[in-house]
Design a binder for this molecule. Structure first.
Ligand code: FAD
Length: 525
């Protein structure tokens, strides 16, 4: 993917008589899923993203590909079944990025084993042929064998079950590449600035601004899809200033620790924390990630900040389960995401954790099609639903959705043999070739993290990374794993990017300054 080429293709169409079949606003999981689906059906599609692809919620999830054990408790069986099926399809189509993972629910009371044991059997059952493995009751010894770091005092046993895990921002990059492979045009750093309407008042295009050059762009469209997550209402209000808000937002934080807190490849699942939520501690890229919280927030933001009480809550909950309780000093990074939740008709939910995680398709009287809510796990199904609606709305060719069996860019079985480059799948060979051709590119950028210089060059050349933040937050996950290490990597990364993108020393200095300031928010002091 080359940004200049993508913007060029948008510019070319501006004067052409043919509008795009679909223009998507928002380059998170939802919008990128729509771009993949539409392109794979042979429709012409352009997607514009205000920042880097995945800058919003889609890089800040708990990294689970799951049916959602918690939604079972809420009795939302259709959501769980559909998500379990999608979980299976995600692993089938992107085996380099999605894996199964064993989760242990430890039991400290006599009633927990039968209670969770039965619930998890139902979870297995609902997965049907998309199952990841049978759940099973564990003795105390077996529980400790799987999770040696667990507090052994008063432990009675546990239940093990299987779910999926992934790298969210990397999957997003690979979805972008899949969409591009099928002919989609994608532009990052290109916010939608307004909606255009035809003589009858129907939305028939979008105006956007190229943030790098200031150029104003016009994208005429048969259907405009609004996939802007927590920003959904701001786009709807471009079409109708009086549009009733659809969204409510809650934030969730995650704390990242050294892997020694888990000491194994098994995740810990706490089904009921003191505030009634689920808490996970999962192994991820050689670290342990603990989260999440569910705190209502008033206004959406691209860089939400953790609240002190959220940090304390995750630390306290984790401390109850680990023989060595983690402290603030052990936190290598904190990251925060905002859930795009759809208001129930009439609104007024007492708790955001009780709001449905189903997705919603909404068509405004202006014809603007909004898709929102849902989960990362269900992105494909959401996209299918959105494009089906767009086909009707825009009188587009009625082509069947092919994504159930569509391989995601980089598809590779047995990718574990790629070790630190596993997330690139088939592209890893080209990154290795870069490193082999130029030994400086084989250099590790920081001793605490496995990333090498060639990955940054690759991100700039092929994945449309534009800034130090893009390279360190999403194309590699350095910022999400270890904020101090990421800060130390900023200057060498800026130099590598400057060489690729033709930037000068002033750009390098500004990038290092901006990134260092941002990364402070990912540290817990
Ligand atoms: C804490 C937390 C944990 C979660 N964990 C999981 C999990 O483990 N598994 C799971 O399946 N799901 C999980 N989810 C849910 C999942 O992450 C979200 O449902 C999903 O990422 C939402 O994607 P989206 O594309 O709708 O939103 P986003 O990713 O936020 O994308 C919207 C995009 O629109 C862009 N945008 C906004 N305004 C404009 C504009 N004017 N022009 C152009 N672009 C614009 C934004 O920059 C943004 O990139 C979690 C969510 C949270 C908050």
């Amino acid at each position: 993917m080359r940004r200049e080429e993508m913007i060029g293709r948008i510019r070319e169409r501006q004067g052409a008589a043919e509008p795009w079949d679909i223009v998507v606003i928002g380059g998170g999981a939802t919008g990128m899923g729509v771009a993949v689906d539409a392109a794979a059906r042979g429709l012409s599609v352009a997607l514009i993203e205000a920042h880097d692809f995945g800058k919003g919620t889609s890089s800040r999830s708990t990294k689970l590909v799951h049916g959602g054990v918690r939604y079972l408790e809420q009795g939302n069986i259709p959501l769980v079944m559909s998500a379990l099926k999608e979980r299976g399809l995600m692993r089938q189509n992107a085996p380099h990025l999605v894996h199964d993972l064993a989760f242990v629910v430890p039991n400290y009371s006599w009633w927990e084993a039968p209670f969770y044991g039965i619930g998890l059997k139902l979870y297995d059952l609902l997965a049907g042929r998309y199952g990841f493995g049978a759940s099973k009751l564990l003795s105390k010894e077996e529980t400790l064998e799987r999770l040696p770091a667990l507090e052994a005092d008063e432990l009675r046993g546990g239940v093990v079950y299987y779910d999926g895990q992934f790298d969210d921002a990397r999957l997003l990059v690979h979805l972008a590449m899949t969409a591009a492979d099928h002919g989609a045009v994608l532009a990052n750093y290109c916010p939608a600035t307004g909606l255009l309407r035809d003589a009858e008042g129907y939305v028939n295009g979008v105006t956007a601004r190229d943030e790098e050059t200031g150029e104003e762009l016009t994208l005429m469209a048969r259907v405009v899809v609004n996939a802007t997550g927590v920003f959904t209402d701001s786009i709807r209000q471009m079409a109708d200033a009086n549009a009733e808000p659809l969204m409510i937002t809650s934030q969730g934080i995650h704390l990242v620790f050294d892997r020694s807190f888990l000491k194994s490849d098994t995740a810990l699942m706490v089904p009921k924390t003191s505030d009634g939520r689920v808490l996970f501690v999962i192994p991820w890229h050689g670290h342990a990630v603990a989260g999440t919280t569910d705190t209502p927030v008033d206004a959406p933001s691209l860089e939400p900040r953790p609240l002190e009480e959220e940090i304390e809550f995750v630390l306290e909950t984790a401390a109850r389960f680990f023989a060595r309780p983690p402290t603030r000093a052990d936190v290598l990074a904190v990251f925060v995401g905002l859930r795009p939740l759809v208001r129930a008709p009439g609104g007024g939910e007492a708790k955001t954790s009780a709001v449905s995680r189903d997705h919603v398709i909404h068509v405004d009287t202006s014809g603007l099609l909004t898709i929102t809510g849902g989960k990362w796990t269900t992105y494909r199904h959401m996209a299918e639903d959105a494009v089906d609606h767009a086909i009707t709305l825009g009188k587009l060719p009625d082509v069947d959705c092919p994504t159930k069996n569509l391989r995601i860019h980089g598809y590779m079985e047995n990718s574990a043999e790629l070790e630190a480059l596993e997330v690139y799948g088939a592209d890893a060979a080209q990154i290795r070739a870069l490193a082999a051709a130029e030994p400086a590119l084989a250099a590790q950028l920081h001793p605490a993290l496995p990333y090498i210089a060639a990955e940054v060059v690759w991100a700039a050349r092929e994945e449309m990374a534009r800034t130090v933040e893009d390279a360190l937050a999403r194309h590699t996950r350095a910022l999400f794993l270890n904020a101090n290490a990421a800060i130390a990597m900023a200057e060498p990364v800026a130099r590598l990017l400057a060489a690729e993108l033709g930037r000068d020393d002033a750009w390098i200095a500004a990038q290092v300054g901006d990134f260092t300031a941002l990364a402070q928010q990912y540290r817990v002091i």
